[in-house]
Write a protein that binds this ligand. Structure first.
Ligand code: C2E
Ligand code: MG
Ligand code: MG
Length: 292
């Protein structure tokens, strides 16, 4: 590693422009980011992405209904990194698409092993980036991964965030979603209420499920406006015939509020943190009375 102080010195000589930031801390961060971005480009090929699973549970009983697959980057020296650290550094839609296909392959292998061991995990949700949604080959590659593992489309669900609506090819996106839908994949709108979806999108796009963003859930008991928004999302889902699921449930108060408001499915640390595949079955053996 080049020492940050050396680099600052070098930069000072090379560029006398005031645009250059000499603050060592910022420089260090930028350096790290550049290094991470460069390493990320080959991370799929080096098989460095790992998948953790977080259960989706019945809020009344704590029974698991399925899982969400969440990617982590096992960096050779820094250890496991959360997607919030590295996704923003991924340059271009192709890298994110390839990473997500690698995630899907891992999920399918894990699902196959679980089924072989007579464990029925329920459908596993994959967070699908726009790149895989608009690209025909994304669908084909997922289809062939499923076939290789002798799985069915209904073994997966997909989650998309509202930023897919920033894309100008809305009609194309809709057709693509319909294709997944026709094959038995249910589609969730993730982080609902924080992005670019309009009510028109809710009306016209084939979503089966709305996921209440964890920002609203965190405010339960603290901010009645967020509570009213949650109530409105639950009503909206019900009136449109969609399922509603809450993310980021960390307390019993939140669980209870959501349940009383009519939201019956959720995810969150109160039930389980995302965990590696090998821990899933241990988690399932724990009693369901309290937070697990
Ligand atoms: P998301 O799909 O909305 O996932 C939920 C995030 O909330 C996860 O963060 C999860 O670990 C976190 N979470 C779950 N329960 C709680 C809780 O009780 N409290 C708090 N504070 N957080 C909770 P994570 O794993 O860091 O993932 C962040 C985002 O990265 C995901 O948001 C998703 O948009 C994206 N992502 C994850 N895996 C993939 C992937 O395979 N492909 C793509 N394209 N994006 C992915
Ligand atoms: Mg998600
Ligand atoms: Mg979310």
């Amino acid at each position: 590693l080049v020492r940050v102080a050396d680099l600052a010195l070098y930069a000072a000589k090379a560029e006398s422009s005031s645009a250059f930031i000499f603050d060592e801390e910022t420089l260090a961060t930028r350096l790290e980011q550049n290094e991470l971005a460069a390493a990320l480009a080959g991370a799929t090929d080096r098989d460095e992405f790992v998948v953790h699973y977080q259960p989706k549970v019945d809020l009344a009983t704590g029974n698991h209904l399925g899982f969400e697959a969440l990617v982590r980057w096992n960096h050779p020296t820094l250890g496991l990194l959360a997607p919030g650290v590295f996704l923003p550094l991924m340059k271009g839609p192709r890298l994110i698409g390839d990473m997500t296909l690698a995630v899907a392959r891992t999920v399918c292998r894990d699902l196959k092993a679980w089924k072989k061991a007579r464990f029925t995990p329920g459908p596993v949700a994959i967070n699908l980036p726009e790149a895989l949604l608009i690209n025909e080959s994304g669908f084909e590659m997922l289809a062939s991964t499923l076939r290789e593992c002798e799985l069915h489309w209904h073994d997966l669900t997909i989650e998309v965030t509202e930023d897919v609506f920033l894309n100008r090819h809305a009609e194309h996106m809709r057709t693509s979603m319909m294709r997944f839908r026709e094959h038995g994949v249910s589609i969730a709108l993730d982080d609902f209420g924080t992005g670019f979806a309009s009510l028109l999108h809710l009306r016209d796009f084939p979503f089966d499920e709305l996921k209440i963003d964890r920002g609203f859930v965190a405010d339960i008991g603290q901010d009645s406006r967020s509570e009213q928004i949650i109530n409105a999302i639950i009503d909206l889902s019900r009136n449109l015939g969609k399922r509603c699921i809450a993310e980021g449930i960390e307390t019993e108060t939140q669980r209870q509020f959501l349940l009383e408001a009519g939201c019956t499915i959720g995810q969150g640390y109160w039930f389980a943190r995302p965990m590696p595949c090998r821990e899933v079955r241990e988690w399932l053996k724990q009693p369901m009375t309290e937070a697990r």
